[in-house]
Design a protein around this ligand. Structure first.
Ligand SMILES: [Zn+2]
Length: 256
C-alpha cells in the first residue's frame, strides 16, 4: 500500500516504468513547446507535419513508437521527421527516471524534480536552436525549482542569490551583451535546484570548463569563429546534471 507520503520504494520496477512513461509523454509535449513557442504559435491544437501541414492522427502521435513504425517519415509526404523529436522524448524519459531514483523513489519530490529537469531541457534546446530563452519556459523552471526546494525546508537563500547574482553581474557589466536576462532566472532556478551553494559553484565551474572545451573544439574544426556567440544554457544543463549525480563526490575530492 502507498504510504501517505507516496513512496514507491517497495515497487522499484513499477515506479521506474511509471516515471519513464510520464517522461516520454512530457518529452512529446516538450517537442511541441520548443517547436511552437519561438514562432509565437499557440500550443493548443493538434500537431501537424511541418512540411505538408497535414494534421496528425492519433496513431501518429504516440511518442517514440510512431517514429519507429513510420521509419522516421511523415505518412503523407514522406519527409523526414527531425531526429530531435524521438531524442527529446527518450532523454526526457531518462530525466524522469533519474529524478525518481535520486529522490529515493518518493513520488512527489521525484515528480517535481522531473518537471524541473524537463523544463531545463526545453530551455536548453531552445537556447541552442534560437539563442533565445522564452519566459514561458524560464519562469516555470524557476517556480518549479522553488516548489521542489519546498520539499526540503528550509528554503535555500544563498545558492539562488549566487546563481542569479553571477549572471546579473555579467548582464550589468556587458549591458546585456554576454548574457541575457533569461540567464539570471536560470541561475536562480539552479540555486533552488541544487540547494547547497557549494554545489552551485561546482555547477557553474563545470559549465565554464565544458563550454570552453566545446568552443575550442568548434573553433579548431572551423564550425565557429572566436566572435560567434555560443548558447550557454546547454552547458549549464549538462553541468547541473553532473552536479546532481556526482556533486558531493566532486566536493569531497577537491574539498573547498
Ligand atoms: Zn508531411
Amino acid at each position: 500500500m502507498l504510504s501517505p507520503m507516496l513512496s514507491l520504494g517497495d515497487y522499484p520496477v513499477l515506479g521506474s516504468l511509471l516515471f519513464l512513461a510520464i517522461g516520454v509523454v512530457m518529452g512529446s509535449f516538450g517537442t511541441v513547446l520548443v517547436s511552437r513557442l519561438p514562432q509565437g504559435r499557440t500550443i493548443l491544437g493538434r500537431s501537424q507535419c511541418p512540411r505538408c501541414g497535414k494534421t496528425l492522427g492519433p496513431a501518429e502521435l504516440v511518442p517514440l513508437l510512431s517514429f519507429a513504425v513510420q521509419g522516421g517519415r511523415c505518412r503523407s509526404c514522406e519527409s523526414r521527421i527531425p531526429w530531435l523529436y524521438p531524442i527529446v522524448e527518450a532523454f526526457s524519459a531518462l530525466l524522469f527516471l533519474l529524478a525518481f531514483l535520486r529522490q529515493g523513489m518518493w513520488v512527489l519530490p521525484g515528480l517535481a524534480l522531473g518537471v524541473v529537469l524537463w523544463l531545463f531541457l526545453l530551455v536548453t534546446i531552445m537556447d541552442a536552436q534560437t539563442g533565445f530563452i522564452s519566459d514561458y519556459l524560464s519562469f516555470p523552471f524557476l517556480v518549479l525549482s522553488v516548489v521542489y526546494a519546498l520539499f526540503f525546508p528550509p528554503l535555500p537563500i544563498i545558492a539562488p542569490l549566487i546563481g542569479a547574482g553571477f549572471f546579473a553581474a555579467q548582464w550589468a557589466g556587458s549591458r546585456g551583451k554576454w548574457v541575457g536576462s533569461g540567464d539570471i532566472i536560470i541561475g536562480a532556478g539552479m540555486g533552488f535546484l541544487l540547494r547547497d551553494w557549494r554545489l552551485l559553484v561546482i555547477a557553474l565551474f563545470l559549465a565554464y570548463i565544458i563550454g570552453a572545451l566545446t568552443a575550442l573544439v568548434l573553433i579548431l574544426f572551423k564550425k565557429k569563429t572566436i566572435k560567434d556567440r555560443l548558447a550557454f544554457v546547454p552547458f549549464l544543463f549538462v553541468a547541473t546534471l553532473i552536479t546532481l549525480i556526482a556533486g558531493y563526490d566532486i566536493l569531497d575530492f577537491y574539498i573547498f
